[in-house]
Design a protein. Structure first.
Length: 484
């Protein structure tokens, strides 16, 4: 099996760029929308009309008078472009998490909004599952895919400065946050547009027209990281009503782990997938196996995450350390110079600098088979078979991995690249450059797991599939009664 075999489809892009952190993402998205001629689709987990797209420090804006706030910006956009349609599809249950904000959004963009702006909620999923894809499509010409929801607290710069006054919403301030996404064009963007239309039809029951436009919404100030590259698209979709289960992202993860030769560099919000943990453990038992470096947030964002995801991480890390016979595994949390933990929300995997995966999926059970997810994958071997310049693609993936690690370690990319060349291994490089204070990666202190954690055991917050919570609860009850 190859990575390409694991994916939904592989299509070429003329240009692709990786966007690190929310400040650049919102600025790039704003400029791309200003160039839209036909349609803009938002397919996401959450949406906030008060999110700020651009801060004064950013240049390259082709319409400076346009509003900064997302909701007002969209209204301005459709007033200026009478033929433009904006469609927003948001996970229905995220409404309950932000009820006051949602009522305002319905009033401003829904009931009392422009007829060119169509706002709908996505409840087409099994009970307690969620729609987690994060896609933006512009004219079917370019597409965004990554970890970033259009919400104000996703904004931050790569400096992750302590108490940055721009990380605010009214009187509310937000902590530092790390994100990642990819923007791409060509046939790959058309495929992501098709996926967005499929999701709209599933959730809303409406077929969106496909309109041919010759626009080029790619922002002029954005330099591509990749030119003429094959991009694979991987999905997760739970079995629901007439729709079959899709576990392409899980297959990509397992194949990438199996094929890794030198290292796996992983950034993710969670680290709790049973299948991924077991696959990594098998590689860690090998004397010449790859290094595995994981960058994770210090802790969950709320009590439920701490009770479920953090507890599951304790089990996963403890299990891997038991199998790490050769010192090839480490898990870290990034901190800024004020000793604030930077919340890691990115979903990135780099394997041997020859494979890059970026998207919406977490390394937990539900992202592998229970929620709807979408990732994009660039594999130099897939590109070599397609006649692309695989060496150039590997070099660019290496530059990205260097950029990400340099950001976390507080060093220049040049220093990190030279250290990696000297040390020859990823973990040795990190440990050489890691400091005990200031901007840094710090080893994540993970306590011994409790003998029994009901949320973890039953996967109530992190099921592997639609039937998992019910089946596990029955098993747990039988075991307690001594009938298993």
């Amino acid at each position: 099996m190859t990575i390409e075999d694991c994916c939904w489809r592989t299509q070429p892009a003329n240009r692709a760029a990786v966007i690190v952190d929310g400040a650049d993402y919102f600025a790039v998205l704003r400029e791309a929308m200003l160039q839209a001629e036909s349609h803009v689709y938002f397919i996401g987990w959450d949406f906030e009309r008060k999110a700020s797209l651009l801060h004064p420090h950013k240049t390259g804006d082709s319409d400076p008078p346009a509003p900064v706030q997302l909701g007002r910006f969209l209204k301005h956009l459709v007033r200026c472009k009478p033929d433009l349609t904006v469609r927003i599809l948001r996970w229905s249950s995220s409404v309950l998490l932000n009820l006051g904000r949602e009522i305002q959004t319905l009033i401003r963009l829904g009931w009392a909004g422009s007829p060119q702006i169509v706002y709908r909620l996505d409840g087409h999923h099994p009970t307690i599952a969620c729609h987690h894809q994060k896609l933006v499509i512009i004219d079917d010409r370019i597409a965004f895919c990554g970890s970033i929801d259009l919400v104000g607290n996703r904004w931050d710069t790569p400096e992750h400065k302590p108490d940055d006054p721009r990380r605010r919403r009214g009187r509310e301030s937000f902590g530092p946050r790390h994100e990642a996404a990819m923007v791409l064009d060509g046939k790959a963007a058309e495929s992501l547009s098709e996926l967005a239309r499929l999701r709209w039809r599933e959730a809303v029951g409406e077929d969106l027209p496909r309109e041919q436009v010759e626009s080029d919404p790619w922002p002029g100030f954005l330099q591509p990281d990749f030119l003429d590259v094959e991009i694979s698209i991987a999905r997760t979709h739970p079995e629901y009503e007439e729709q079959p289960e899709v576990r392409e992202i899980e297959a990509v993860n397992l194949e990438a782990i199996r094929c890794a030769r030198e290292f796996l560099y992983i950034e993710n919000q969670y680290f709790a997938s049973r299948q991924v943990t077991e696959a990594l453990a098998r590689r860690l038992e090998e004397p010449d196996g790859p290094d595995v470096a994981v960058v994770n947030p210090e802790k969950g964002e709320d009590m439920l995450e701490e009770a479920s995801m953090d507890a599951a991480r304790h089990f996963a890390v403890h299990y891997l350390r038991q199998h790490d016979r050769h010192g090839h595994f480490a898990i870290y949390t990034p901190y800024n110079e004020a000793n604030q933990a930077i919340y890691v929300h990115s979903k990135v995997m780099v394997v041997d600098d020859r494979l890059l995966r970026i998207g919406s999926s977490n390394l937990n059970n539900r992202s592998m088979g229970f929620d709807t997810e979408c990732d994009v994958v660039i594999d130099s071997e897939v590109n070599a078979r397609a006649g692309r310049d695989s060496e150039a693609i590997t070099a660019r993936i290496g530059d990205l991995r260097t950029r990400l690690l340099a950001e976390h370690l507080g060093v220049t990319p040049e220093h990190l690249k030279e250290t990696f060349k000297e040390q020859g291994r990823l973990l040795a490089t990190i440990e050489t450059l890691r400091t005990s204070s200031g901007r840094r990666l710090a080893p994540l202190e993970v306590p011994e797991p409790e003998d029994e954690n009901l949320l973890v055991e039953l996967q109530l917050g992190d099921p592997e599939g639609p039937q998992k919570p019910k089946r596990l609860a029955k098993y747990h009850l039988l075991r307690r009664l001594g009938l298993d």
